[in-house]
Design a protein around this ligand. Structure first.
Ligand code: SAM
Length: 509
């Protein structure tokens, strides 16, 4: 499997010394090995690395690729920053809070940076946005690199290794995508594949075009070759990624459409599930819905950020669609031959949003009946169009509107999830909670399901009977055991929270 290609023990350290040497001897041994490690660090550059990631799925996958680049050059991943020669921090600046976290976290790395030969690097959107200012605020940082410069990472790392202290990759002018020889995949059954990088949309609130550079699409040949290899390596779920994933434009002679690409990925033998995010309503076509209808491997799920239910606000946001045009796309999805779950992103309190605008957004939630809503309070970002707009909505009011919208959506989600109780669904098991002896996975509609299970089920598809539902997850039992008794520790019960109280699977197993 692909993850085996890069499978290196998480710490790579030899077992702890249990030979019973005297304390003094042990201390001497520790001191000597620390000295040896420092000597080897300073003489041959970093040998181990640690990456901490904030932000979206694209950031998570960027970190997987950066790890691949490092491992291809012989560096070994470690699980704790204190054990790493090279500490990389992949950052997000989509909202101010995320950006603020970066400097407090960098403060925590300061002490570690005093270790001889230890290097600290900042990657991602804050690196791009703050650039050289990072060196001024955190002089212990030796590398700053934005995602549009990741193709230069090997060269930049060589400079760091050669002892240069302020190495930077901050150009946004690339037309290349970040291709890597190896990717360290964090999940052995589900793999991200980037199909388009950067963003050319002029959304007034969004910092992404300034941090990730111009749009550039990978060729259909490369994407399909990646997907075929992933299947050979044992992955069954493919998640296609891009800031505006459905604006992908094939640079290859085949000139496939986005819907055509979805179909081709779904037709690869061995692919059981295909997801894609994030779609922009402007480029969302009926062909995408037809592709989902015709290919069972394309998941019953579309994430279609609306941002606001008011056409007036949408126009100020420069989203290039009205409420009515957005609802036409929703009607198209709802008219599909199989039920497709719809999720969205909403920003409340955008500059000049009136109470009436906000109420239109709440009414839209009722009209669409989303299965999931990611909602945010508007956060002004530097260099965006909205940074220059007047923002008369007080913070308190934004907070109140956010809470109101979330409560409204919670009721919708609870009702929609409870309608599934008694039915069955196929769940891809993603993790196992030993304390509860509970398997946790997702349905094709992206709902989280908890049910009594076993750790070896991770990566398997299990048919589950839904027995209870909360607003954010379902509870169930394995369908073939729903009648005959269960699996897991004796007395294990699956749980989720409904209205602040614990809901449990209908029967003990
Ligand atoms: N590129 C995608 C798009 O345009 O739909 C997703 C961009 S972003 C990673 C995810 C979400 O963050 C956006 O859909 C939006 O709801 C939210 N967001 C972006 N900028 C924001 C801001 N300045 N304040 C609050 N939320 C923001």
């Amino acid at each position: 499997m692909g993850h085996e290609l890069v499978q290196i023990s998480p710490t790579g350290l030899p077992p702890a010394n249990e030979s019973g040497l005297g304390t003094a001897l042990q201390a001497l041994g520790r001191a000597m090995s620390a000295a040896r490690a420092e000597l080897s660090r300073s003489s041959s550059g970093p040998r181990t690395f640690y990456i901490e990631t904030f932000g979206c799925q694209m950031n998570v996958h960027d970190s997987e690729k950066v790890a691949g680049v490092l491992m291809a050059r012989g560096l070994r991943p470690v699980e704790k920053d204190e054990d790493a020669d090279l500490v990389l921090y992949n950052t997000c600046t989509i909202r101010e809070k995320a950006a603020q976290k970066v400097f407090s976290r960098l403060g925590a790395f300061r002490k570690a940076s005093r270790q001889a030969g230890k290097m600290i690097g900042v990657l991602g959107c804050v690196a791009q946005q703050e650039g050289k200012r990072i060196f001024a605020r955190a002089p212990w940082v030796s590398l700053v690199c934005g995602s549009a410069s990741y193709t230069r990472l090997p060269e930049l790392l060589e400079q760091v290794k050669a002892g240069r202290s302020r190495v930077q990759g901050l150009s946004l002018g690339t037309s290349e995508c970040f291709e890597t020889e190896l990717v360290r995949r964090d999940k052995p059954f589900s793999a991200y594949v980037t199909i388009i990088e950067g963003c050319d949309e002029p959304c007034a609130f969004c910092v992404v075009p300034m941090t990730r550079g111009r749009e550039r699409s990978r060729s259909s040949e490369r994407i399909l070759a990646d997907c075929r290899r992933l299947v050979e390596e044992g992955y069954t779920e493919i998640q296609l990624l891009g800031q505006i994933v459905n604006h992908w434009q094939d640079p290859a002679p085949a000139r496939r459409s986005f819907a055509g690409l979805l179909s081709q990925v779904a037709e690869i033998p061995g692919v059981r599930r295909v997801r894609f995010a994030t779609s922009h309503p402007r480029y969302f076509t009926p062909e995408i819905v037809r592709a989902i209808e015709n290919h069972p491997a394309l998941c019953d799920q579309v994430h279609l950020p609306v941002q606001s239910g008011s056409s007036r606000v949408l126009s100020r946001m420069q989203r290039a669609y009205t409420r009515e045009e957005y609802l036409e796309k929703i009607n198209c999805i709802r008219s599909a031959r199989r039920a497709i779950s719809i999720s969205t992103d909403v920003i409340v309190g955008f500059c000049g949003e009136t109470r009436e605008d906000f109420e239109q957004t709440v009414a839209l939630l009722d009209q669409v009946e989303y299965d999931q809503v990611f909602s945010f309070k508007f956060s002004p970002r530097p260099d965006t169009a909205a940074a220059g707009f007047e923002d008369p909505v007080p913070e308190d009011e934004k907070r109140r509107r956010l809470a109101e919208l979330q409560e409204h959506q919670r009721v919708i989600q609870l009702r929609r999830n409870q309608a599934l109780v008694g039915g069955e669904c196929e769940v891809l098991v993603e993790s196992f909670q030993p304390r509860l002896q509970q398997a946790v996975g997702r349905t094709t509609s992206n709902r989280v399901v908890n049910f009594p299970g076993r750790p070896e089920w991770i990566g398997r598809y299990v048919q589950v009977r839904v027995t209870a539902a909360g607003p954010n997850s379902l509870v169930g039992v394995r369908a073939d055991q729903a009648l005959s008794g269960g699996v897991g520790a004796p007395g294990a019960i699956a749980t989720c929270t409904v209205d602040g109280r614990k809901a449990t699977a209908a029967r003990r197993v």
